[in-house]
Every structure is written in structure tokens, then in C-alpha cells.
Design a protein around this ligand. Structure first.
Ligand code: AP5
Length: 191
């Protein structure tokens, strides 16, 4: 079983690479961003609260996102592996994930951290903003999302570094080139 975290700043390609990895390894994809956007679209109470936070580029509370992950893990078949995309984003989330996986007899095998410079991140997200209508893909919110990543999410790299799970990967290049770089790292932990 393979349990993988796709880690990296906004626009680094986590979602894009997750799609390709799911096809290849038949993993279950858990993206907290997608789960939150589904709540927003359904106009649930949680969604209404989350939208205001997401539109500013801030983090939704640990309690909410950890609860969502807990529910998803309960739904899943235990023999499946998972790709966590956009989670964990704080050290408390990382600790909670560890405990939840342990409860299910699982563990994280690899944290793939996509490295992309700030200029390229902004370019990608502004381009997507023109096409997708994602309300957080505007310059002000993108800038704050990157700052939030630097200040609140980057400490997670140390958490996984200490556990020898953290693997930085060059996230600039074609989508296929980056995919091959990720596959090479997965091969190492699988064998
Ligand atoms: P989330 O949905 O997780 O957004 P994000 O981290 O900002 O990530 P993105 O989806 O913007 O980028 P990505 O790295 O997935 O890149 P993608 O493949 O899409 O979170 C949104 C919000 O929800 C957060 O701000 C927060 O408020 C809340 N939230 C979510 N999770 C949370 C958590 N755990 N705790 C608290 N709050 C949470 O690619 C981006 C673009 O680049 C695409 O257009 C793509 O086509 C393009 N692209 C991809 N690869 C390449 C390439 N190699 N070359 C050129 N373009 C590329």
C-alpha cells in the first residue's frame, strides 16, 4: 500500500500530478481544497464560513479540515492507498494525520514536495484565474496564499524531514517531466 502526500505552495502542481498518479497507482485522492470547494458549492453552513476564509487566502481551521479527513478515511476501503493533496498544511494537521492513519493501521510512505519559484507560481495561478473562475486566483489572494504557505505550512517540511519522508522535487518543466521525477522517487520507496 502506498500513502503519499503531495506537498508544495499554491500553484506548484499538486492537483495536476495527483490526477496522473491516481491513474497509475489506483490511489484514492483526498484534496482538502476540493472538499472545501464542494461545501462552498453546496452552500452548507461549513461552506459559507469556509468561502470567506478561502477568498482571503487564509487557512480554514485545523479542526474542520482534520474532521473532513477523518470522515474520508472512514469511507475508504482500508486496502486502498491514498494521495493527500493540500493536506497537511500545519504541523497540528500532520500530527493528526499520523494518528488517524495509525488507527487504520497505515502510515505515510513519502512526502513529495514540489519546488517552484514564486514568479512561476503567480504566473500559473493568474492564468488559471482567467480560465477557471476560481475566486482565490487573483493577485491579492494569490500573494497572501503564498505568504500563508511560507509562514504556516513550511514548518511541516521539518516535521517530515525528521522522519526521513520528505523528498523535494523540481516542479518546473513539463507536466510529464515532473511526473517522471515523482515516479522515480516512488519507485525507491516501493522496492
Ligand atoms: P487548495 O485547493 O489546496 O489550493 P492550493 O494549495 O492553493 O493549490 P492549487 O490548487 O492552487 O495549486 P496546486 O498545487 O494543486 O496546482 P495545480 O495542479 O492546481 O486550497 C485552497 C484553499 O482552501 C486554501 O487557500 C485554504 O483556504 C483552504 N484549504 C485547503 N486545504 C486546507 C488545509 N489543509 N488546511 C486549511 N485550509 C485549507 O496547478 C495550478 C495551475 O498550474 C493549473 O492551471 C495547472 O494547469 C498549471 N500547471 C500545473 N503544472 C504545471 C507545469 N508543470 N507547468 C505549467 N503549468 C502547470
Amino acid at each position: 500500500m502506498l500513502n503519499l502526500i503531495l506537498f508544495g505552495p499554491p500553484g506548484s502542481g499538486k492537483g495536476t500530478q495527483a490526477e496522473k498518479l491516481i491513474d497509475k497507482y489506483n490511489l484514492k485522492h483526498i484534496s482538502t481544497g476540493d472538499l472545501l470547494r464542494a461545501e462552498v458549492a453546496a452552500q452548507t453552513e461549513l461552506g459559507v464560513k469556509a468561502k470567506a476564509i478561502m477568498d482571503k487566502g487564509e487557512l480554514v481551521s485545523d479542526e474542520i479540515v482534520i474532521g473532513m479527513i477523518e470522515n474520508k478515511l472512514k469511507e475508504g476501503k482500508l486496502e486502498e492507498g491514498y494521495i493527500f493533496d493540500g493536506f497537511p498544511r500545519t504541523v497540528d494537521q500532520a500530527r493528526a494525520l499520523r494518528n488517524l492513519l495509525t488507527d487504520h493501521g497505515m502510515e505515510i510512505n513519502l512526502v513529495v514536495a514540489l519546488q517552484v519559484d514564486k514568479e512561476e507560481l503567480i504566473k500559473r495561478l493568474l492564468k488559471r484565474g482567467e480560465e477557471s473562475g476560481r475566486t482565490d486566483d487573483n493577485l491579492e489572494t494569490i500573494t497572501n496564499r503564498i505568504n500563508v504557505y511560507e509562514n504556516q505550512t513550511k514548518p511541516v517540511t521539518r516535521y517530515y524531514g525528521k522522519r526521513k519522508l520528505y523528498q523535494p522535487i523540481d516542479g518546473v518543466g513539463t507536466i510529464e517531466e515532473i511526473f517522471l521525477r515523482i515516479l522515480a522517487e516512488i519507485e525507491k520507496v516501493e522496492h
